[in-house]
Write a protein that binds this ligand. Sequence first.
Ligand code: 13P
Ligand code: SF4
Length: 305
Amino acid sequence: MFTTREMQDEIIRLKKEKDICILAHAYQSHDIWEVADYVGDSFGLSQQAAKAPQKTMLMCGVRFMAETVKILSPEKTVLLSNRAAGCPMAEQMDVEMISAVKAQNPDYTVVAYVNTTSELKTICDVCVTSSSAVKIVKNIPNKNILFIPDCNLGQWVAEQVPEKNIRLLQGGCPTHVRMTVKDVERAKKLHPEAKLLVHPECLPAVTAMADYKGSTTGIMDYAKNSDAKEFIIGTENSIVSHLQMECPDKKFYPLSKDCVCHNMKLTTLADVYQCVQGVGGEVIELDENIRLGAKRCIDAMLELG
Ligand code: 13P
Ligand code: SF4
């Protein structure tokens, strides 16, 4: 039987031997972070995927993230470390539904949060992530924007870019919407000196009470660089423990103990070990027409962001 450290050492040895790049989303556990070549938010992962030299990319995150890597690097073998790890938000809207909305709104530019299926991206104009959404929407020449699927992120973008006419649909992250104004009131009462940092996937009423709103990487950078000593974290709770490890002289509190993404939590270090051994994960394959259609949307994001 391996200890965690021995398994990590074996993963590091095998990934070098087999030319594998391990990409880990910020919501992955710390034992996975320690073996990763790159850890970051969705935007950072897609940028890294486009330039990493390795022949095989192992995504520790959810399915749409692995698909994004395959879209950008079709010549590479792309593995999703746990085949069951999906994003419920990415499954909320499909081609049929958005085609119908587009037909009713022909003069709108369709902006898709990257948390969408590859198939849906083929009928959208440009992708965004939480860290690039405001900048990209500002840079779109059209005034009329249909923003899918997350209406909470879309609402936050609309507030930052009031010159645009932004239309939203009812979609969102089931994990982030669990955090309520009551949670904020409770946490602020318990920790009156703490700064509140939230992800824009949270409900607008929660986001409005925050000292800082941003992507997972944005939240971590803010906390690390701030002079404040205490923080209430309004995003997936793994960020609380990562920050506590990285800044032991500061204190971090979860906004709600319920903010857990069970999909992100599916991947374990043992999954990563099996993948680098060549016996685990799912090899991502995409139909070439879908890949090219989705690539247009992601390329637009990388150019504008
Ligand atoms: P970011 O990685 O853009 O912060 O988004 C968080 C998220 O929920 C990813 O699914
Ligand atoms: Fe999807 Fe929300 Fe989980 Fe992110 S946190 S992967 S948006 S369900």
